[in-house]
Design a protein. Structure first.
Length: 291
């Protein structure tokens, strides 16, 4: 029990360290933008305009997120370097079968379809209005500015960092002394908490369960990284791609159904194509018992 608690609180510590790094980078980034703004407006008659400064900071949110994501990874790489650990092997950043990467793409598309349809249906029903409004206000700055920077940050760098942290560092820390079932559940809950609001937190937790399971089955981070990148990239581009598509209930239900089928089918193939040592052991023991 002592070892399990040790792993759990170590994972909690890593979670808080990640929060801390992102908070510090956000504060420093906002401060730099504020100083630059003040210097550029020293001779202006109107002087300092808090609303204008806030809008400038929000407009550069993607750059701040990009910096915090990169710095988070670098800090943990330094930690592994100091501890003289091979982070690639430790965090399972290793090659995986090509079929897993293809399935990861399918999972990413299916996850976006399911989440997009389900969330839109719930929002249309009028439930959790305040929570949806809070989420939209938090995500709005990420959709401002250059679409390529948004895609790079939200669609590629941030997903890699989150998989590195949650299915890499935290997953491995928990699984040293905690069963794989509870490891998958706990890291998914941490992933949901990390997103900081009810709506995002709920679907991030569900996605975290899928990410954790495919990491466990494939013994590699790359499948979950690909899935996460595809999901986030489509979410980033969807306002531009689907701006003329009507939000019909039938279409949203279709998204949910197709997404659910895609998720279930893909997870079935992940299980079928990645037979783990534990599966072989269980099957052997069952055979031995029968004979």
């Amino acid at each position: 029990m002592k070892e399990k608690l040790k792993s759990f609180f170590a994972a909690v510590g890593y979670l808080f360290l990640t929060f801390g790094i992102q908070l510090i980078v956000s504060i420093v980034g906002g401060g730099i933008i504020g100083v630059i703004y003040a210097m550029n407006n020293l001779n202006e008659l109107n002087g300092f305009n808090p609303e204008e400064l806030t809008n400038k900071i929000l407009g550069l949110t993607n750059y701040i997120l990009l910096a915090s994501s990169i710095i988070t990874v670098l800090v943990f790489l330094l930690i592994y370097k100091i501890r003289k650990k091979n982070f690639k092997e430790e965090l399972q950043i290793v090659k995986t079968a090509k079929v897993n990467l293809i399935i990861g793409i399918t999972l990413g598309i299916s996850a976006w379809l399911f989440n997009s349809g389900a969330l839109s249906l719930v929002q249309e029903s009028g439930l959790f209005k305040d929570n949806f409004s809070m989420m939209e206000n938090l995500l709005a700055p990420l959709n401002q500015g250059n679409i390529f920077i948004a895609l790079l940050t939200v669609g590629i760098i941030a997903p890699f960092t989150e998989e590195f942290m949650f299915r890499g560092v935290i997953f491995k820390t928990l699984n040293k002394n905690i069963s794989i079932l509870w490891t998958i559940i706990i890291q998914a809950l941490f992933f949901g908490i990390f997103h900081g609001n009810l709506i995002q937190g709920t679907y991030a937790t569900l996605l975290g369960l899928v990410f954790g399971y495919i990491t466990y089955k494939t013994k590699s981070l790359w499948t979950s990284i690909i899935m996460h990148m595809i999901n986030n990239s489509i979410a980033t581009l969807s306002p531009y791609i689907l701006k003329n598509v009507p939000d019909l209930t039938s279409i949203l239900i279709g998204f949910v159904v197709v997404g659910a089928i895609g998720l279930i089918t893909s997870l079935y193939f992940i299980k079928k194509k990645n037979i783990s040592y534990e599966d072989v052991t269980i099957n052997f023991n069952d055979y031995r018992d029968l004979n």
